[in-house]
Design a protein around this ligand. Structure first.
Ligand code: ADP
Ligand code: MG
Length: 728
């Protein structure tokens, strides 16, 4: 038999002796933010009065006047054109979960054919665009004949230039609305949620006597995990190209068992890639900071310095895009899927989160004085309340077919939301809720008196870490670890901000009422903490989140265990779940129901594409290879001496058994697809996809993976795990 393409590729990768190095070697401090129309650039280029009004509008969130916007637009255009930009685009985040852009030229030839060139980019065009939006998901908010949608500039996220080859384009971050003013994107509700949490946090700060802060920002640093494989293998794996994950592939003989990849020396080829990625990030003002090998072979992580949530979301979207593009240039494919390879670690995104007031204080930092400690405990209580009361809303922030392979699938983290506080803080919470003295080591055997006694120094570091918790306190921030690697962090942060805003609202109302009624602040806080800590203690779990027992324990505590996307999305329309988003006008009922529909539709499409792919690859790639091989052995067995060799007959019949099983299952998928096409409601379709299609996919995989282990290595058509993960 001739060598398969896979084996040719394998040989060519093995023959590579020269590993690429990073191309430019620019100095980070010199290039940082060089392609960003930042506040600093605006300060230099705008008239003083316009700049100061812009600054106010960015800080306070008010609309910029049209005449000012015109001036900003002019300065932005000149800046971009000076740097060689020929086009501009509104850049937005529709409900596809990706970003969208449509470029327009700055310079347009005159339609009158007189060689004049028109350069037009007014304030109106900066502030508002009107793309044909008919093909973006809207969950029924807009029918195709009402195609209009609006993109509106978000001045809190600066414009930037992206260079691709010799072309340069100015990107203007925007929100995306329907003609009727409903949000069709993730940025609009994010900005609303961030406003809500700011407003409610300020109320609490006022109660504590803070008169200076005018805003509270949610701060986010997202650690991004990803895989790199050689692009030549990737090109032979249609499943990776179309679905982002391998639908077939036997487990590698060596996976992550030896843990020799985690924090290991980074290979030269990978470092070259990372360096180029970081350089591009720096030019866009994205503060890349940490890079390391992750736990699985071929898996890595990049983490930026934390920033305001809105910027962190935009920057994470750009980071993913930069990684994928740069990978291609380095002969890699960057895999962002939550589970590209079955049987080894998947990829997530840890959303590190805190609240910071406009005076620069981290509200989740215990602080040094008894008053700071009291305020910290109130914000801690708010987060516990948010996660406990609104855990379904939070779970909805991380749904998706890809993430279903991770959450609750015996890997980090479980689908049950709980909070890790560490031993010492938990003991303080318990002591306060029971009104008893703390044990030695927490409050030193004294009753914690709010506003009088101080918290002990809490451990910030590793001894106290728990990797299995989906929501962990790490010293002065929380880490929401359930976000999938390929997902936008916007939905998670919308849910988190909304939930915390509601909890802070409840708390502020209670404290304001008590104090107005003459109760001293310290007593009001002491009583509130005792009650809230008691009520929300069940959400605290410091144990092993992977353990079987936790499922039962969580159930006894009444914590929801929404194992997959469909069971979570079913809860979207529960009135108490919708209330989390409705209360502060973050999403309207119509917008929520639209999102529910889009999520279900996406789920169904994802499963559909995967099962279609299994059919196509099964029939046109796997079966021909298996049949040819079986035929060759049969011929060999039939001829001469081998005829009647029992070992050979057994081998052959084993292979035939798998082939037959595979064929049958592929037929079953055909039949199911036809059935599913008949179902009208998306909810019913999604349930059927989960319960009837996915199991068939797994069944096919079992046959194919078995065949992979039986057929001659020389004839197997698909790159194997052993090669893709280890051969760099
Ligand atoms: P680890 O992997 O040990 O959790 P990393 O250094 O990889 O830590 O990532 C920690 C992330 O948390 C970084 O993005 C960092 O900027 C971010 N972070 C640190 N402090 C805060 C904070 N106060 N608020 C939000 N994010 C923070
Ligand atoms: Mg990390």
């Amino acid at each position: 038999m001739p060598l398969t393409l896979r084996n040719t590729v394998r040989a060519s990768i093995a023959a590579d002796t020269v590993k690429p190095v990073s191309k430019t070697g620019a100095v980070p401090s010199e290039i940082f933010g060089c392609n960003v129309f930042s506040m600093k650039v605006m300060h230099e280029r705008l008239p003083k009065n316009v700049y100061s009004r812009l600054e106010q509008s960015v800080a306070g969130g008010e609309r910029l006047q049209e005449s000012d916007a015109d001036v900003v637009a002019g300065a932005m255009r000149d800046w971009a054109i000076e740097r060689g930009a020929t086009h501009y685009t509104h850049w937005f985040q529709p409900l596809t979960g990706a970003t969208a852009e449509k470029h327009d030229a700055f310079l347009t030839p005159s339609p009158f054919g007189d060689e004049r060139i028109i350069s037009e980019f007014s304030g109106k065009m900066l502030i508002k665009g009107e793309p044909d939006a008919s093909s973006f998901p809207s969950g029924g908010i807009r029918s195709t004949f009402e195609a209009r949608g609006y993109t509106v500039w978000d001045p809190t996220s600066p414009a930037f230039i992206i260079a691709t080859g010799s072309g340069k384009t100015l990107y203007i971050p925007c929100i995306f609305l329907s003609y009727t003013g409903e949000s069709l994107d993730s940025k609009t509700p994010l900005l609303r949620a961030l406003d809500a949490v700011s407003g409610q946090a300020l109320r609490v700060l006022r109660v504590f006597g803070n008169a200076t802060a005018y805003k509270v920002n949610a701060m986010v640093g997202s650690e991004q995990e990803y895989f790199l494989i050689d692009r030549r293998y990737y090109n032979l794996r249609t499943d990776l190209m179309l679905c982002g994950r391998t639908v077939f592939g036997a487990r590698p003989c060596k996976g992550q068992e030896l843990e020799d990849q985690y924090f290991g020396a980074i290979s030269r080829r990978v470092i070259a890639f990372m360096t180029d990625v970081e350089e591009r990030m720096f030019a866009l003002g994205i503060p890349a900071r940490t890079r390391h090998n992750e736990v699985a072979p071929g898996q890595y992580e990049i983490a930026p310095m934390f920033e305001t949530a809105n910027l962190a979301v935009d920057h994470n979207m750009l980071t993913m895009q930069i990684m994928c593009e740069t990978a291609a240039e380095h002969g890699f494919a960057c895999l962002l899927h939550e589970k590209p390879f079955a049987g080894i670690n998947g990829s997530g995104k840890h959303n590190n989160w805190s609240l910071c007031d406009s005076d620069g204080n981290n509200l989740l930092d215990p602080g040094n004085t008894p008053l700071d400690n009291a305020q910290f405990l109130v914000f801690l209580a708010a987060v516990l309340r948010a996660v406990h009361k609104h855990s379904v809303a939070l779970r909805l922030g991380v749904v998706g077919a890809g993430n279903d392979h991770r959450l609750g699938a015996n890997e980090a983290p479980p689908a049950i939301l709980s909070v890790f506080l560490g031993e010492q803080l938990t003991e303080i919470v318990e002591a306060l809720s029971e009104g008893r003295p703390g044990k030695a080591g927490s409050t030193g055997g004294m009753i914690m008196e709010v506003g009088v006694s101080s918290l002990p120094k809490l451990p910030k570091d590793s001894t106290d870490r728990n990797r299995t918790s989906p929501f962990a306190f790490t010293g002065n921030k929380f880490e929401f670890r359930a976000v999938g690697a390929s997902q936008s962090i916007a939905p998670a942060n919308i849910a988190l901000s909304a939930a915390v805003a509601n909890a802070l609202d409840d708390i502020a109302t209670e404290l304001e009422t008590e104090i107005a009624g003459g109760v001293p602040l310290n007593s009001a806080v002491q009583a509130l903490l005792a009650r809230l800590f008691k009520e929300h203690k069940p959400i605290i779990f410091n144990g092993n989140g992977y353990a079987e027992e936790w499922q039962g324990e969580a159930e006894r505590r009444g914590l929801p265990n929404l194992k997959d996307t469909v069971s979570a999305v079913q809860r979207y329309s529960d009135p108490d779940v919708m209330d989390v988003f409705r209360r502060h006008g973050i999403l309207s009922e119509r917008e929520l129901l639209a999102r529910q529909e889009v999520l279900l539709e996406n789920y169904v499409k994802d499963v559909h594409v995967e099962t279609k792919l299994v059919q196509v690859m099964g029939r046109s790639v796997i079966l021909p290879a298996a049949f040819k091989f079986a035929a060759e052995i049969s011929t060999y067995a039939a001829g001469g001496k081998q005829s009647g060799n029992p070992a050979l007959s057994r081998y052959l019949s084993d292979i035939s058994g798998k082939i037959e099983g595979l064929l049958k299952t592929l037929d079953a998928i055909d039949a199911k697809h036809t059935e599913l096409d008949e179902i009208e409601e998306f909810m019913d379709k999604a349930v059927a996809a989960r319960d009837q299609l996915l199991p068939l996919l797994i069944e096919c995989r079992e046959y194919v993976d078995a065949l992979e282990g039986m057929l001659d290595d020389a004839v197997w058509p698909l790159p194997k795990y052993n090669e893709m993960l280890w051969q760099h």
